[in-house]
Design a protein around this ligand. Structure first.
Ligand code: TYC
Length: 103
């Protein structure tokens, strides 16, 4: 084969090894003091949930202790969780959101 020949069907493939960025869960944590309506309001304002979806997520955290609100990239998860915590703080409620990597 001369240098000018073109190989149309190379027999080996190189797999690009790009790591998929880890996804993070935003978790709503139950407490005994934050009013249910306030939790729903925060879910609607920060996570763009409908009132019905907000009610379901709030009630799941209320009954089970916590509930996954959304799964997304780490920076978005941390920003949204902080936004929600800040809203609660400014209203003097102990409402808490945490983030953790998905398995
Ligand atoms: N448990 C609260 C109440 O009874 C309501 C609540 C639900 C608070 C979910 C936080 O993540 C939460 N007023």
């Amino acid at each position: 084969m001369s240098d000018n020949d073109v190989v149309l069907n190379p027999k080996t493939k190189t797999k690009p090894k790009v790591e998929r960025p880890k996804l993070y869960k935003i978790i709503l944590v139950n407490d005994d003091y934050t009013p249910r309506e306030f939790v729903i309001m925060v879910l609607q304002a920060v996570f763009r949930m409908s009132e019905e979806a907000g009610y379901r997520v709030m009630m799941t955290a209320h009954k089970l202790g916590s509930c996954v609100v959304m799964v997304c990239a780490r920076d978005i998860a941390e920003t949204k969780a902080q936004e929600a915590i800040d809203l609660a703080k400014s209203a003097d409620f102990p409402l808490m959101f945490t983030t953790e990597p998905e398995e």
